[in-house]
Design a protein around this ligand. Structure first.
Ligand code: GRF
Length: 208
């Protein structure tokens, strides 16, 4: 069984999609071991409690230095023998020590078709504001491995979603979640859990 840590900062609808997919058998050979949040008030932690898994608050503010936080996060993952770290709306920069230890074992969901509307400062509603300001007709979501850059790691899955005339950032965000994020994040976990994902150079190969 692939031991998952899901890292969250907010509402946790992607976490919920993972839990539902585990329950329904859309994800096999995996289980959530811990949900880690930097934000004690995150609704995602309530979802973890309801689901019956550990919810852990690890905030940089609770450590004397950023380096101490980084080591604390790394230790928490190693102690729990985590195989795959899933960033599901996690707003903290993952420290290099964690990225090195978990090479090609950290995935992130990003609410656009990378390489559009990604990189530093491009998160949350900003992504959709930028897509609407540019006037694209198609946006979507991307699941990718996390490397030391921002949104630069190997792409695992992408799903396009139409932009409709009159969309607000909030409306577009919701459509992308419903039609893309909640589908491709669980799907990527299932593929990884069943040994179907290989990374060669910067390209992901999937055996269906
Ligand atoms: C999602 O849009 C995700 O793509 C982004 O942050 C949002 C998290 O939403 N990285 P939720 O907490 O899963 O509801």
């Amino acid at each position: 069984m692939l031991r998952l840590a899901v890292l969250v900062s907010g509402g946790g609808t992607n976490l919920q999609a993972i839990m539902d997919s585990l329950d329904s058998g859309k994800i096999t050979n995996a289980g959530i071991v811990t949900v880690i949040s930097n934000n004690a008030g995150a609704y995602a932690l309530k979802r973890a409690e309801k689901y019956g898994v550990e919810g852990l608050v690890l905030s940089p503010r609770d450590y004397p230095s950023r380096e101490d936080f980084n080591q604390g996060l790394l230790e928490a993952l190693k102690e729990r023998e985590i195989d795959l770290v899933v960033l599901a709306g996690y707003l903290v920069v993952v420290p290099p020590c964690v990225i090195r230890e978990f090479e090609n074992r950290i995935i992130n969901i990003h609410p656009s078709l990378i390489p559009s509307f990604c990189g530093t400062g491009c998160y949350g509603l900003h992504v959709h504001e930028m897509a609407l300001a540019r006037g694209v007709k198609i946006s979507g979501a991307t699941v990718h491995f996390v490397d030391e850059g921002t949104d630069t790691g190997p792409i695992i899955l992408q799903k396009p979603v139409p932009v409709e005339q009159g969309d607000t950032p909030e409306v577009l965000q919701r459509r992308i979640m419903e039609q893309a994020e909640w589908i491709i994040l669980p799907r990527a976990i299932d593929l990884i859990a069943n040994g179907k994902v290989r990374v060669k150079d910067r390209t992901v190969w999937i055996e269906e």
